[in-house]
Design a protein around this ligand. Structure first.
Ligand code: ADP
Ligand code: MG
Length: 236
């Protein structure tokens, strides 16, 4: 980590982030209009707002899946604009975990193999260590009995718990979750949410969770509200 990635830096800082699509064409549209936002290490925040307000665009920009059109994004104190492709890939892999509404598990692979996948891509540890860590994470999400099951053999809630285990494989300090419970019944949603709360409380992992569920948003110590591409409210 560079000197800029100091211990005191917030895990996430956005300064005037704008994002436009189809730039330079007749259908150019600016979706994020200058977002300023800071997330401290170990924070647990909901990102809420109407459909189309830019929540996914914001999350994908933070998650380095999209480049902002202008403005600065600092992850753990590091300005991502200063990073080359290889550094971005490393930062994406090791610093940020992702959970999506649809689990995006690989159907041909077992739960264990799916959770190992980020470590396989990183190539930083021997196979036995990857297996051990993946099994331990699956135990922590209550799926010790499902290590060798494929996604299709699991319920929606279980699939999403595998996705959470996978997001934590590289021990990221920040997890971004885009409507992680949007596809689940109330009880499974509560279980998945409680797991994220537990990893936050026990391991200090920061979470930024897009949710449409007011019950879950209320349980977050902080709610950030996005309307038409602007943060209108960021209550702690
Ligand atoms: P939310 O997640 O809050 O529902 P999104 O970030 O998905 O909102 O979308 C915000 C706006 O940006 C919407 O009007 C959407 O149509 C538009 N948008 C999203 N992705 C693209 C894209 N790739 N090209 C053009 N417009 C897009
Ligand atoms: Mg969305």
């Amino acid at each position: 980590m560079s000197a800029a990635g100091s211990a005191a830096a917030p895990i996430l800082a956005l300064e005037g982030v704008r994002k436009a699509y189809n730039v330079g064409t007749p259908v150019e549209v600016e979706v994020l209009h200058g977002i300023d936002l800071t997330l401290a290490k170990g924070e647990f925040a909901a990102l809420i707002g109407p459909s189309g307000s830019g929540k996914s665009t914001l999350l994908n920009s933070i998650g380095l899946l999209e480049r902002p059109t202008s403005g600065r994004i600092l992850i753990a104190g590091r300005d991502i604009a200063a990073l080359d492709e290889a550094e971005l890939t490393a930062l994406r892999g090791r610093t940020i975990g992702f959970v999506f509404q649809f689990h995006h598990l690989l159907p041909a692979f077992t739960a264990l193999e799916n959770v190992m996948m980020p470590m396989v891509i990183d190539r930083g540890r021997p196979a036995s260590a990857m297996q051990e860590r993946a099994a331990s994470l699956l135990e922590q999400v209550g799926l010790a009995a499902a290590l060798h099951k494929k996604p299709a053999q699991l319920s929606g809630g279980m699939q999403q718990r595998v996705a959470i285990a996978r997001s934590l494989a590289m021990s990221p300090p920040l997890v971004l979750a885009d409507e992680p419970t949007g596809n689940l019944d109330t009880r499974s949603a509560d279980e998945v949410f409680a797991l994220m709360q537990r990893f936050n409380a026990e391991q200090g992992i920061a979470f930024l969770i897009v949710t449409h569920d007011p019950r879950l948003a209320e349980r977050c110590p902080r709610r950030i509200t996005l309307v038409d591409g602007r943060v209108v409210d960021s209550l702690a």
